[in-house]
Design a binder for this molecule. Structure first.
Ligand code: PLP
Length: 400
């Protein structure tokens, strides 16, 4: 008899664990590994957020918080949605949780059951399909390749919608591709959604602040007000303010959905940490100008890695428009032989080859629903991007 619940076999743990385990083994054996796998910016928490937490501790205000977040936190989220996205939410339309991931999880767990379909554009953040499976639903994957900048076209969306579609999970800029939809591109998708009033939208906007080359961020409920009543707009402080460890996310959406998300949270983690909320309020309400400099710094690092990868034999990538990753094709390396005589058949073979031979860690595209690709994060010290890029070129040149 299996001790564990059937739900445990419905989903996988994070697939980047394959690489992480191997990285740890190699490091334990004394190898120097360059990690191009970071899923978080490397800037410090802003000083004004740290100061707000110290002040909170001095006031001894660290107690249980309301399930739907402190009033001041909901006000800060409301201000953010108004200021940055032109979206107006009442205080009873805001959910607060321990990270955007929990917010997404709550929304799916509160609404998805057997038979429900959830549309997920691929390449996708690896957690989306597994969260849908855990909730008992069916992920419907819509793949868009490099030739369409990894962006779902309106006709693809239209084709994927059925009477059973409950949600579209949508994220721009995307992890792993950095694909960033313009307001016009969003309007194209919104027009399809307007024809199908039963389809709700879970808009994951965590990478909102990481857009490059003068692009502006837009979100679905903003470009099509007709979607406001069926869109949950999710965000957090992790990527925008480099505050991943604080674990704070929030959402704005229809009152009834938000109330059910909070109900779900009430029997798991309850209210988000008081400390994290104090830091998030300060980050959201405080100065915003330093974020622009951080984004410029990430763009500088993006360009270094991009040039290195594109110069490698058999690799091809396009300049990502946002987020922190380059999603690079390794199709030209497939079927080639390593110096040890192994034929590379999958992107996992390729990423393991990079790790074992030149000590550079990246994540296989399979984890994000598209092969043969790999995701390389440009959140790494400049010297690691240069040296890592050179080593990847060297490994590619050694293939026959
Ligand atoms: N959504 C996407 C697309 C992500 O890539 C991540 C983290 O990598 C998250 C959500 C989780 O964000 P948070 O740290 O706010 O839970």
């Amino acid at each position: 008899m299996n001790f564990f619940a059937p739900r445990m076999s419905r989903f996988k743990p994070s697939p980047s664990q394959i690489a992480s385990t191997r990285v740890r083994e190699l490091q334990a054996a004394g190898r120097d590994i360059i990690k191009l796998t970071a899923g978080e910016p490397d800037f410090p928490t802003p000083d004004h957020a740290k100061a707000a937490v110290i002040a909170l501790m001095d006031r001894n205000e660290i107690h249980y918080t309301p399930i739907n977040g402190l009033l001041a936190m909901r006000e800060a989220a409301r201000l953010k949605f108004r200021r940055d996205n032109g979206l107006e939410y009442g205080l009873d339309q805001i959910a607060v949780g321990s990270g955007t991931k929990q917010i997404l999880f709550n929304a799916l767990m509160a609404t998805v059951s057997a038979g429900d379909e959830v549309i997920i554009p691929a390449p996708y953040w690896a957690s989306y399909p597994d969260m849908v499976l855990l909730a008992g639903g069916t992920p419907v994957i819509v793949s868009s390749g490099q030739n369409s900048q990894f962006k779902m076209r309106p006709e693809q969306l239209a084709e994927a919608i059925t009477a059973k579609t409950k949600w579209l999970i949508f994220s721009s800029p995307s992890n792993p591709t950095g694909a960033t939809y313009s307001a016009d591109e969003l309007r194209g998708l919104a027009a399809v959604l307007m024809e199908h009033p039963h389809v709700h939208v879970l808009s994951d906007d965590v990478y909102e602040r990481l857009v490059f080359d003068g692009r502006t961020f837009a979100t679905l409920a903003q470009v099509e007000p007709g979607l406001y009543d069926r869109t949950v707009t999710c965000n957090g402080v992790s990527k925008a303010y480099s505050m991943t460890g604080w674990r704070l996310g929030f959402a704005g959406g229809p009152k009834e959905i938000i109330a059910n998300m909070s109900k779900m949270q009430s029997q798991s983690t309850a209210g988000a940490s008081a400390v994290a909320q104090a830091a998030a309020i300060a980050a959201l309400e405080g100065p915003q100008d330093y974020v622009t400099n951080r984004t410029a710094n990430l763009k500088y690092r993006r360009d270094i890695l991009f040039e290195k990868l594109n110069a490698a034999t058999g690799l091809s990538c396009d300049l990502p428009e946002g987020a922190m990753y380059i999603f690079c094709s390794c199709a030209g390396a497939m079927g080639k032989k390593t110096p040890d005589g192994k034929v590379l058949e999958t992107d996992t073979d390729f990423t393991m080859y990079l790790l074992d031979t030149v000590g550079v860690a990246v994540v296989q595209g399979e984890a994000y629903g598209m092969s043969p690709y790999f995701r390389a994060s440009f959140v790494a010290p400049e010297e690691d991007l240069v040296r890592g890029g050179d080593l990847i070129q060297q490994a590619c040149a050694a293939l026959r």
